[in-house]
Design a protein around this ligand. Structure first.
Ligand code: NAX
Length: 327
């Protein structure tokens, strides 16, 4: 049987953690034949550590055959030791009256420290997924704080936006989600993201043609996907958790196990493709094979798409400027 893979999860006692850990331990992320060891990080706060212990008790009570071990941590230097994968979920939420720049600064502190710890103790091949918001900028900060690790090891989660888009499209066109190919989301995980179905197909037919209604893209589709997080909070009284955990599983599984040619969306450090400045953590259409992602190249960017891409890029640049003095 395979040697266990070590997976670190931060914010492990939070809402997303509660949906995420059980699925990792059951083999849904790394494969049904792949044992895992969970290295769980929470803030040192007594309540958080106690809640983490409770989650670990429940993990024990599932008797998952693939769960080869688990440990609780309050220091990233021990939590990230020798890990193969990191899911950085824990972040500082926006408190009442907190300004955007305070939020950026609080998170910059967390992701600088975690980037340094990854740099010091993680496996050199570690795959890092940042979920905690602002996800793209937090991933950028962690990458910049880990100069000895390859930049390509750092990614941000755009997959929830991708999956939200797929479901809206499937409903509109009256097709199965699984039949939609070559759809993607560009840019920042925020309402400025650009969900792009110009290239999407269903069984070889253009989804755009099937939908017909050109106005729907601007007036319904983009605003619905962009504001979906807020709509969930409005309905549930809590932010997306199970769907976020599901997207994290999808992202990491596809990165590790491959997409068999299928496009997915990942936030990755730009290599300059599509005119995005190098190192900007940007949502791109990618395919994955052999543990590596590759940007889908050569897509035509029309005027409307360029305007949307410019807008989400401007927001990312602004976030980057907001933290540059802290790096
Ligand atoms: P919760 O507040 O339920 O849980 C977060 C947990 O992280 C808490 O238990 C907290 O103690 C812990 N934490 C905070 N700072 C930490 C640190 N420095 N080290 C370790 N643990 C730390 O939030 P939850 O609903 O689980 O959401 C987590 C993050 O995901 C938030 O930042 C949220 O904004 C973000 N999201 C990102 C999404 C994406 O698509 N990229 C979608 C869902 C979600 O909104």
């Amino acid at each position: 049987s395979k040697a266990p893979m070590k997976v670190a999860v931060t914010g492990a006692a939070g809402q997303i953690g509660y949906s995420l850990l059980f699925r990792i331990a059951s083999g849904e992320m790394l494969g049904k034949d792949q044992p895992v060891e969970l290295q769980l990080l929470e803030i040192p706060d007594e309540k958080a550590q106690k809640a983490l212990k409770g989650v670990m008790m429940e993990l024990e009570d599932c008797a998952f055959p693939l769960l080869a071990g688990m440990s609780a941590h309050s220091d990233p230097m021990t939590a990230f030791k020798d890990i193969d994968c990191a899911l950085l979920v824990g972040a500082r939420p926006r408190g009442p009256g907190m300004e955007r720049k305070d939020l950026l600064a609080a998170n910059a502190q967390i992701f600088t420290a975690q980037g340094k710890a990854l740099n010091a103790v993680a496996k050199r091949t570690v795959k890092v997924l940042v979920v905690g918001n602002p996800a793209n900028t937090n991933a950028y900060i962690a990458m910049k704080s880990a100069p000895d690790l390859p930049k390509k090891n750092f990614t941000a989660m755009l997959r929830l936006d991708h999956n939200r888009g797929l479901s809206q499209l499937a409903a509109k066109a009256g097709v199965a989600v699984a039949d939609i190919e070559t759809f993607c989301v560009w840019g920042n995980h925020s309402p400025t993201m650009y969900a792009d179905y110009r290239f999407a197909t269903v069984k070889g037919k253009s989804l755009k043609d099937m939908i017909g209604d050109e106005e729907w893209n601007r007036t319904a589709f983009l605003p619905t996907v962009g504001k979906r997080g807020a709509a969930i909070i409005e309905a549930r009284g809590l932010s997306s958790a199970a769907s976020a955990a599901n997207a994290a599983i999808d992202h990491m599984r596809d990165w590790v196990l491959g997409t068999q040619g299928k496009w997915v969306t990942m936030g990755i450090p730009s290599d300059g493709s599509y005119g995005i400045p190098v190192d900007t953590m940007f949502g791109y259409p990618v395919t994955c094979e052999g543990g590596e992602y590759k940007i889908v190249q050569g897509l035509a960017i029309d005027e409307f798409s360029q305007t949307c891409i410019n807008k989400t890029l401007a927001e990312l640049n602004e976030e980057k400027d907001g933290v540059s003095h802290l790096l």
